[in-house]
Design a protein around this ligand. Structure first.
Ligand code: FEO
Length: 171
């Protein structure tokens, strides 16, 4: 049985992951309307992954005798100034999510809930990977600058951009 404080913290994280999915879905849709088809596909996939992160938490809370709460979500931004602006927003968002995950892990230790602590390790590893990926993308965009040919190639090749130090081995 989950302690109430752990259940509340997990439900808070469910909302964070659901909002992440919504934000990346909005980014994908924006990229698609800007003719950035490769970026759009990358972000649609990223949005699906965030939904999976949410679902994993929902099922864990329910399995442990808690009650997962499916949250109301805020509407994400509709427009981005540029591709670097979009990916900087994504990187900042992932850094914020990492902070949330670390807080949750901290609560697990304080409350001596080692089962949830163990469950959360997957998220800790995932955050290392997601931040690294976002940083790799920003490095590439900074190198490209305003070169149109470079941006064209970036959009074409984004799906093959991956991190080699990823904790789970997937992009
Ligand atoms: Fe589920 Fe990108 O954090």
């Amino acid at each position: 049985m989950l302690k109430q404080i752990i259940e509340d913290a997990l439900n808070k994280q469910i909302k964070v992951e659901a909002e992440s999915s919504q934000i990346y879905l909005a980014m994908a849709s924006w990229a698609e309307t800007e003719g950035l088809g490769g970026t759009a596909q990358f972000l649609y996939k990223h949005s699906d992954e965030e939904r999976m992160h949410m679902l994993k938490l929902v099922q864990y809370v329910n399995e442990r005798g808690g009650k997962a709460i499916i949250p109301e979500l805020v509407q994400p931004a509709k427009n981005y100034k540029s591709l670097p602006n979009l990916f900087q927003t994504l990187l900042d968002h992932e850094i914020m999510v990492s902070g949330d995950i670390n807080n949750l892990v901290d609560i697990c230790l304080t409350e001596k809930d080692y089962t949830t602590h163990n469950f959360m390790q997957w998220y800790v590893a995932e955050q290392i990977e997601e931040e690294a990926l976002a940083r790799t993308i920003m490095d590439k965009l900074n190198m490209i600058g305003s070169d149109k040919g470079g941006l064209y190639l970036f959009d074409r090749d984004i799906e093959s951009i991956s991190v080699t130090t990823g904790a789970t081995g997937k992009v």
